[in-house]
Design a protein around this ligand. Structure first.
Ligand SMILES: *Cc1c(COP(=O)(O)O)cnc(C)c1O
Length: 387
């Protein structure tokens, strides 16, 4: 069976975990945690990063930091993972779902402004498949209406927004890292993502005003981080918080992955491009849509997907590949139709979110997918369409 995903181990993980163990300190915020955080801050210019035990946790921290209260409204796509929504529902927020776009599952900015009300507190764009949302449009709305922006960058490590710097013909594009534009961003290192630590995540704090409080919430509502730096002479309970920081064992694992990021990205990109080249003909023949990379986005090769005509074709496609020993998988069930939220949903129709729920299917994409195995996948996909 060719799996849908297989975690990639760089070889250094166990060595670094051993170093962490031998250091005698394996609780959180130790040497490996600091090394990981410093790497992300230096490499992508993030103002401040804090490792968390998951992206879910990082989103929950962001919801605490902006003081979401019952009745506040948060705008997010319906076509996303539950954690994007749960973090805010836990604080009593009302969800307002944005539809996806016709060319990309990302939230469609064209319909965004009419979702904003006097109760809106935040917009949560999700960079689906690691491809940027239209951040210029989103940040402009956020500034105009005084809203927070929290980027769900779970899939978006090492991906960029291509910002136009001039409106002249030879407009210069600046590569702005995803996760650096919102007030906050949340990354995931779950084993299905590009770089991993089993479970794991990171909160990015781009607005320096929030850094102190973020550290406190991270450390169970105490000022322990400041205490370790010698800024206060005792530490105690100063705010709400929880246990959001991972142990050094997790951070050590992650550091090995970070060191190999370029190698991982190269390999994933090669696999992604081969899928695109070999399957492009399906689009020409009208059998399937291939991923569209928006003109303002880069591709970090997190995911390769096809969008088929309808749910029935998609289900038959998955069965066909399975019979050939290949696991392909559908993705999100739109949250506005979920058993938990359907009766709480405002009622706006979200046809494109439903479309991706019904028709999108993801193909195996992982570091160890050899050319030979990928050929099998491509052959099976083509044979489904009789080409
Ligand atoms: C994976 C993912 C999450 C959750 O990440 P965890 O680290 O498992 O909590 C949240 N949002 C999106 C868009 C994801 O892909």
């Amino acid at each position: 069976m060719i799996p849908f995903n297989k975690p990639f181990f760089t070889g250094k993980e166990t060595q670094y975990i051993q170093e962490a163990v031998q250091s005698g300190k394996i609780s959180g915020n130790g040497d490996f945690t600091k090394r990981c955080q410093a790497w992300f801050e230096n490499h992508y210019g993030f103002e401040k990063t804090l490792l968390t035990t998951s992206c879910t946790d990082a989103l929950e921290m962001a919801a605490l930091l902006i003081d979401i209260k019952p009745g506040d409204e948060v705008i997010l796509p319906s076509y996303t993972f539950v954690s994007t929504a749960n973090a805010f529902v836990l604080r009593g927020a009302r969800l307002v779902f944005a539809d996806s776009g016709p060319r990309h599952p990302n939230m469609d900015v064209a319909g965004l402004e009419k979702l904003i009300s006097t109760r809106t507190k935040a917009i949560v764009p999700v960079h689906y498949a690691g491809m940027a949302c239209n951040m210029d449009a989103i940040m402009a709305l956020a500034t105009q209406y005084n809203l927070y922006v929290i980027e769900d960058a779970a899939q978006a490590v090492d991906s960029f927004f291509l910002k136009k710097l001039s409106s002249s013909k030879e407009a210069i594009q600046k590569r702005v890292p995803l996760g650096s534009m919102g007030h906050f961003a949340a990354f995931s290192f779950h084993e299905t993502k590009n770089i991993i630590s089993g479970e794991g995540g990171m909160l990015v704090i781009n607005d320096p005003e929030f850094i102190k409080r973020a550290e406190i919430i991270w450390e169970k509502g105490t000022n322990r981080a400041a205490f370790w730096r010698g800024e206060v002479d005792k530490y105690g309970w100063v705010d709400v918080g929880s246990s959001f920081l991972p142990s050094e064992v997790i951070a050590a694992f992650l550091y090995a992955q970070i060191e190999n990021l370029d190698k991982i990205q190269k390999q994933r990109t090669a696999i992604w491009k081969r899928y695109a080249n070999e399957l492009n003909m399906l689009m020409d023949k009208g059998f399937a849509q291939l991923p569209v990379i928006p003109e303002y986005a880069t591709n970090n090769a997190h995911m390769f997907y096809l969008v088929l005509d309808n749910a029935d074709t998609r289900d038959r496609f998955i069965k066909h590949l399975k019979a050939d020993g290949i696991l392909s998988v559908f993705h999100y069930l739109s949250l506005h139709k979920s058993p938990y939220y359907a009766d709480k949903h405002y009622g706006n129709e979200l046809p494109w979110a439903d479309h991706y729920s019904d028709c999108l299917v993801r193909l195996p994409l992982f570091y160890d997918l050899t050319t030979e195995l990928q050929t099998k996948v491509i052959t099976s996909v083509k044979s489904f369409f009789g080409v």
